[in-house]
Design a protein around this ligand. Structure first.
Ligand code: HEM
Ligand code: HEM
Length: 219
């Protein structure tokens, strides 16, 4: 029998709707854990500080895990599999504009660039949050006050806290806002790619499976 829903067809990748495993369980746990922790960090900011900090630490731990998994994880989790240079990324974006971009089984080059932006911005947000948590930590970065203080010198000189701490809070908040923008673009990209290739990418991030590559697809 050649029904694509039989276990054999699923394994062999035969049939029009054959599926292949793309995202391993840890990538999926990482992704949805990150989405949850990010939402909690946002909603608790300036409201429930202990919850905010725990969610922030969870994000830092998840990002650290992802960096390691990007080196030793399954095929489509590896940075070496999906990170592309500027030339290939720009070519892909150009193809998108011309509506002729190819389907990638793993992350496409634009999605990969966004993943780097998300991971870097999350790291910066968590790091500045960690510094803010304990004013003494700012002192561990001797160069920081000199870099950021001038930016604040004329702004409001009547704060009770150090200029560096206020500037750092501003940096933390700006990075958090940038994250919101990047996350919105990321979800927009996921929706767009889902329509373009007629597949539900969000569901694949839950089940781990995607349609088997067809002719012209990049596996
Ligand atoms: C509910 C909204 C979201 C949906 C539906 C969604 C969906 C997805 C999908 C489908 C992918 C795989 C993209 C591909 O096929 O190449 C992905 C990857 C990714 N997303 Fe999201 N995402 C959401 C929110 C977020 C947020 C808020 C963040 C960051 C805080 C985020 C960070 C990431 C990262 C880092 C990856 C790379 C996954 C990996 O390889 O480990 N996502 N997302
Ligand atoms: C990466 C995820 C994080 C996000 C998205 C995030 C986001 C935010 C936002 C939006 C604010 C509000 C700023 C304001 O309106 O005043 C804030 C404040 C703050 N965050 Fe985070 N944060 C993150 C991680 C952390 C971490 C890991 C810590 C510490 C362990 C932390 C500590 C703080 C502190 C101390 C404030 C200042 C609260 C106040 O006194 O007003 N954050 N954060």
């Amino acid at each position: 029998m050649t029904d694509a829903s039989t276990p054999d067809a699923r394994l062999s990748g035969a049939g029009a709707s054959a599926k292949v495993r793309v995202w391993d369980p840890l990538v999926r746990l990482f992704h949805w854990g990150l989405v949850a922790a990010f939402a909690i960090a946002w909603l608790s900011a300036d409201e429930v500080q202990p919850v905010h900090e725990i969610a922030g630490y969870a994000i830092a731990a998840l990002v650290a895990f992802r960096l390691v998994w990007g080196l030793v994880g399954s095929r489509h989790a590896r940075f070496a599999q999906f990170l592309k240079g500027p030339r290939e990324t720009l070519a892909y974006l150009g193809d998108m504009v011309r509506r002729r971009e190819r389907r990638y089984l793993g992350h496409n080059p634009a999605g990969a660039a966004m993943i780097v932006a998300l991971l870097v911005t999350l790291s910066g947000t968590a790091f500045t949050g960690w510094l803010l948590e304990e004013p003494d930590r700012v002192a561990m970065l001797p160069a920081l006050p000199q870099i950021v203080a001038p930016a604040w010198a004329d702004d409001d000189g009547h704060g009770t806290r150090g200029d560096a701490e206020e500037a750092l809070e501003e940096v933390h908040e700006t990075l958090a806002n940038l994250m919101l923008l990047l996350a919105a673009l990321h979800v927009g990209g996921v929706v767009l790619a889902s329509f373009r290739h007629d597949e539900n990418l969000a569901r694949s991030m839950i089940t781990g499976d995607k349609r088997a590559p067809g002719p012209g697809d990049i596996a």
